[in-house]
Design a protein around this ligand. Structure first.
Ligand SMILES: C[S@@+](CC[C@H](N)C(=O)[O-])C[C@H]1O[C@@H](n2cnc3c(N)ncnc32)[C@H](O)[C@@H]1O
Length: 214
C-alpha cells in the first residue's frame, strides 16, 4: 500500500475493488447521484473530469453529453488504466485525454466549460481546498462555465455519522488521505465567490449533487 510522497491521496491499491466496495455500502445510489444534472451539460463542451475513478461517469458523459473533448485527470494510475479500458471495452466514442496527475497538472492554456468533481472534495482538508484545489480549478473554469460537484455532506443522523467516520478512517489507512473530518466544501465554494445554481440532496441526506458557477 503506497502513499503519495506529498501526503496526497493514492488510490492505486484500492482501485481494483473500489467500485465493488461502493456498491456494497451504497448500492447504485452514489452513481445515480452523479448523473442527476448531467443533461445540463451543453453539447460540444470542453469538460474536465477530476478524480473520476474507474470511469463509469466518463462512459455516461461520452454516451449522453456529446462533448467536444474530455480531459480525464486522475491521480491514480490504476484508476486511470481501468477507465481507459472501460472506454475501449464499451466501444464508447469521443475525444478523451487521459492524464495521470492532479490539479497541478492542468496546463495554463487550458480552460473548460464544465468541471466535474465526483466524490473528490471530501478527500481533502479545508485548508487544502481553500488554498489550492478550489482556486486552481476556478482558474481553468470559463466565465460562463459550470462546476458539477457530487459529494458527501455532514450528516446529522447517528448511523450516517458513524458510516462517514468509518469511510474517512478507511481511506486514511488505504489511500493516505490527510483529512480526519469532512470539509465544509459548500461553504468554501461559496466563500471563493462561486454561486450555487442547483442542488439535489441524495442518499437520505448524506450526499449532495450541485451545480456551481462563477
Ligand atoms: C473517492 S474516489 C471516487 C472515484 C469516482 N469519482 C467514483 O465516485 O466512483 C476519489 C478519486 O479521486 C482521485 N483523486 C484524488 N485526488 C485527486 C486529485 N487531486 N486529482 C485527480 N484525482 C484525484 C482518486 O485517485 C480516486 O480515483
Amino acid at each position: 500500500m503506497e502513499h503519495s510522497p506529498a501526503g496526497k491521496p493514492n488510490f492505486d491499491w484500492v482501485a481494483p475493488f473500489y467500485d465493488f466496495l461502493a456498491f456494497l455500502v451504497f448500492g447504485h445510489r452514489l452513481r445515480r447521484a452523479q448523473v442527476i444534472f448531467l443533461k445540463q451539460i451543453p453539447a460540444n463542451a470542453q469538460i474536465l473530469i477530476l478524480g473520476g475513478g474507474t470511469g463509469w461517469l466518463l462512459q455516461q458523459v461520452l454516451t449522453h453529453c456529446q462533448p467536444n473533448r474530455v480531459v480525464y485527470l486522475e491521480a491514480s494510475a490504476n484508476m486511470l488504466a481501468l477507465a481507459s479500458k472501460r472506454v475501449i471495452n464499451h466501444n464508447v466514442a469521443g475525444s478523451v485525454v487521459f492524464r495521470v496527475g492532479d490539479e497541478t497538472c492542468l496546463k495554463p492554456e487550458e480552460s473548460f466549460d464544465v468541471i466535474i468533481t465526483p466524490f473528490v472534495l471530501d478527500l481533502f482538508t479545508e485548508e487544502y481546498l481553500q488554498a489550492a484545489l478550489i482556486p486552481q480549478l476556478q482558474t481553468v473554469l470559463n466565465p460562463d462555465g459550470l462546476w458539477f460537484v457530487t459529494d458527501f455532506v455532514n450528516p446529522r443522523i447517528g448511523w450516517q455519522k458513524l458510516l462517514l467516520w468509518t469511510m474517512i478512517r478507511f481511506f486514511r489507512l488505504t489511500a493516505g488521505i490527510e483529512t480526519a473530518e469532512l470539509a465544509d466544501w459548500q461553504r468554501l465554494l461559496a466563500e471563493s465567490g462561486l454561486q450555487r445554481n442547483q442542488q439535489e440532496v441524495q442518499v437520505s441526506g448524506m450526499v449532495s449533487t450541485e451545480v456551481w458557477r462563477l
